[in-house]
Design a protein. Structure first.
Length: 168
């Protein structure tokens, strides 16, 4: 009975596959949004009234790229960590981090990406400060600092954990 339970639990990791595949669909949605924002970028470049609009449009593209990269990282390394190793043919291009991100390192990278994304949103809000209330700006800063502190603590915990594993 115990063997059956263990095999069932182990096999249930394949239930994650549809989730990882759906992240590919999320990536398509972000790519579509990227194209829309790219059109806006050229609109601001050619017809925009201020340089700030162009900078905000460029920051939106950077933001979407960071989120897309985060989705790829979670999709591929999550699959490899929790479902199955990705086997590539000899001549296939291999990502340098493939097979090197464990779940702890992935969490730290996700946290760092969230901090970067939050930084861009905060910068966009500061550049558009005349349209944003001081109260909202204050909360954006507090939330951003919370992300920063969380990412630093996650990194420190991961380093402590990794250091303890290295000693064993």
């Amino acid at each position: 009975m115990e063997r059956l339970i263990e095999r069932t639990l182990y096999a249930s990791r394949w239930l994650l596959v549809p989730m990882y595949l759906c992240l590919s669909v999320v990536l398509v949605a972000f790519t579509c949004r990227f194209v829309v924002e790219l059109v806006h970028l050229f609109d601001y470049a050619l017809f925009g009234e201020s340089e700030a609009d162009l900078i905000l449009a460029a920051l939106s593209l950077v933001d979407l790229t960071l989120v897309g990269s985060l989705v790829v990282m979670v999709m591929i390394s999550g699959y490899e960590n929790f479902v199955s190793r990705i086997e590539l043919d000899e001549g296939d291009e291999k990502l340098s981090w493939l097979g090197k991100l464990d779940s702890g390192t992935l969490k730290v990278k996700v946290a760092a990406s969230i901090v970067a994304i939050s930084s861009i949103h905060l910068l966009k809000s500061f550049m558009d400060a005349d349209k944003v209330t001081n109260d909202k700006l204050m909360w954006l800063v507090i939330i951003h600092l919370t992300f920063v502190v969380s990412a630093v603590l996650m990194g420190a915990l991961d380093k402590l954990s990794f250091g303890a594993k290295a000693k064993d």
